[in-house]
Design a binder for this molecule. Sequence first.
Ligand code: OGA
Ligand code: NI
Length: 252
Amino acid sequence: MPVEEKLPYCSDDQSKPFRLASSTSYDKSETRYWRDYLKLQCHPVSDELVGHWPAEPTSFRPRLAEFSEAAHELAQTLLSLVAEGLGLRADFFAGDLSGGETQMNVNYYPPCPDPSLTLGLLPHCDRHLLTVLSQGDVAGLQARYNGRWLLVRPVPGAFVINFGHQMEIVTNGALASVEHRAITNSAVARMSVATLIMPKMECHIGPAPEMVDEVTNPAKFREFVFSEFMEAYNTAAASREDVLDSFRIHRD
Ligand code: OGA
Ligand code: NI
């Protein structure tokens, strides 16, 4: 869309249901990241919500609504399979744990003249429960594994599924949240679409009793309300350990 039509949506106000911004709001330092993004609320789809989305191009609202419903359905299917795999009831993650206002990051990383100087997105763990990510066909996502950054190669037509902090906490560490980042390249632009499955803000979260054993596997995290976690995440600038530290139960 032409710049004049996009300009009214530019905002760093995180309470807006549809906005366009650059870099990231997590890093409080002077560092800027090579990224433009749309941040939008995409589920549950209601007339009021759709009214916040741009009316142009005309295909945008119906396509987004369709994608949002489908991504949500996929996420719910995966969550019930994950629950089953852990020996929990199939609807364990349904309800408040995954029923929050789903957000979407549409990330755009333009070609960068010198990729050694910056990142597209800083190292972070996703703060919610589950991420359904489409990374198109340009590589750029890296995950930290044994202290090294591994490239997550795009698989045509496939989504990358990432566990967020809440998955790690609810499963008492059994399914860890993976730290990841996006790098840039000097040749082509890259676009990714991340659908973020969120708990409700007032949802009480803590290790599931089924995942805890007082003797062999005591609770690693305390209980909290999700809104509290969101605040801590913003203060800790997305650093994995800093965020988790305020919710960890320390034993000696
Ligand atoms: C995100 C994210 C990775 C990517 O939006 O949280 O990690 O490949 N995106 O753009
Ligand atoms: Ni992420």
